[in-house]
Write a protein that binds this ligand. Structure first.
Ligand code: NAD
Ligand code: WQD
Length: 339
């Protein structure tokens, strides 16, 4: 078993991945500046696994901290979650996103090179696909120019990593293109804890359910979809976390840079989410239709055949699990990790 550096490991997907890494017998070092998370998530990771991890509070832009980590631990691979992800904010403050997500990733791979660590799993996003592609999206389809600066940073980092691995064949890099991560750990003690008003659908729905928000606004009911509302591929965060372990395994004896879609392959509409949430959890979700949100596409879902075939990964959880687990987390922790 190996020692893994997890940047952004205190966040939503990172903390769930730490659980799976520790349960699989890996040692874990987390580097997180806590800009969008709290150390409480890592306390819970350790309580749930009855295992210890090393936590370093710091920034991926800080070369000294990175060098210190690589000098003090025998790191075999890095899973790189650290980044900012608010689409709207990325339009208001592009430089913050370019710096944190692009310069931050460059800073990390420079430190990895100095330390001679060449295995990397990067959190990419389905947003890198050209909007003209028709779902199911597969990895051979062209990437495009994302409509927002957040997506742009993911595309640029993917391209930088591809070029890096061509120039230096010691690199072995997995680009995991997540679709829409939702759900929470079965314990109900860990989940997504967004600051302020949620941008994403699932935390908004659970905050309506818990009474923190009055009603859900459904952005657009005139799309060319099953019921007029937007269709996405929701993936349980524990399945997503496990995809990182599969990707790590794949990269142990591989070279180069390769992308994999991480989604279930099933499209689901916003109305289906609201209705299924009501059915599974027995809670009414009031909603209203409002205008389309700028930058949204009608439909996006994955062809996940490459991940299934090459990574040996298979999603285990269906939509009802995702909605039950999201609610279990929210109802046990109405104010997230602040409870
Ligand atoms: P998150 O905000 O919960 O986690 C990101 C973590 O990175 C946070 O703990 C934050 O404090 C930390 N961080 C941010 N900038 C940092 C820096 N400069 N140095 C050190 N730590 C830093 O987000 P998440 O949902 O867990 O997403 C993890 C990764 O997956 C991100 O890169 C995100 O862009 C990507 N991603 C997320 C989604 C999604 O819908 N959640 C979809 C596709 C891709
Ligand atoms: C899902 C559907 C909305 C909120 C975004 C980023 C992407 C990735 C994941 C992360 C859409 C609708 C939403 C609401 C609604 N990023 N919706 N009311 O837009 O597919 O992807 O998150 O790091 O890059 O763009 O996810 O959860 O925001 O929306 O009707 O209050 O729900 O229009 O159809 P999206 P989402």
């Amino acid at each position: 078993m190996s020692k893994i550096l997890v940047t952004g490991g205190a966040g939503y997907i990172g903390s769930h991945t730490c659980i799976e890494l520790l349960n699989a017998g890996h040692e874990v070092v987390v580097l997180d500046n806590l800009s969008n998370s709290s150390e409480e998530s890592l306390t819970r990771v350790q309580a749930l696994t009855a295992k210890k991890l090393d936590f370093v509070e710091g920034d991926i832009l800080d070369q000294h901290i990175l060098d210190h980590i690589f000098h003090s631990h025998r790191i075999e691979a890095v899973i790189h979650f650290a980044g900012l992800k608010a689409v709207g904010e990325s339009q208001q403050e592009p430089l913050k996103y370019f710096d944190n997500n692009i310069s931050g990733s460059i800073s990390l791979v420079k430190a990895m090179e100095r330390a001679q660590v060449f295995k990397l799993v990067f959190s990419s996003s389905a947003t890198v696909y050209d909007e003209a592609n028709v779902s199911p999206l597969n990895e051979d389809m062209p990437t495009g120019m994302p409509t927002n600066n957040y997506g742009y940073t993911k595309l640029i980092v993917e391209q930088l990593l591809q070029k890096l691995s061509i120039a230096d064949t010691r690199w072995s890099i997995a680009l995991l293109r997540y679709f829409n991560p939702v759900g929470a750990h079965k314990s109900g003690q860990m989940g997504e804890d967004p600051q302020g008003i949620p941008n994403n659908l699932m935390p908004y729905v659970t905050q309506v359910a818990v009474g923190r928000r009055e009603k859900l606004s459904i952005f657009g009911n005139d799309y060319d979809t099953i019921d007029g509302t937007g269709v996405r591929d929701y993936i349980h965060v524990v399945d997503l976390a496990n995809a990182h372990l599969c990707a790590l395994n794949n990269r142990l004896n591989a070279q180069g840079c390769r992308a994999w879609n991480i989604g279930t392959g099933n499209g689901c509409s916003v109305l289906e989410i609201a209705k299924t949430f009501e059915k599974v959890n027995g809670i009414h979700i009031p909603f209203e239709f409002s205008p389309r949100r700028a930058g949204d596409v009608a439909t996006s879902f994955a062809n996940n055949a490459r991940a299934v075939a090459e990574l040996g990964w298979q999603p285990q959880y269906g939509l009802e699990d995702m909605l039950a687990d999201s609610w279990n987390w929210q109802k046990n922790n109405p104010n997230g990790y602040q409870d």
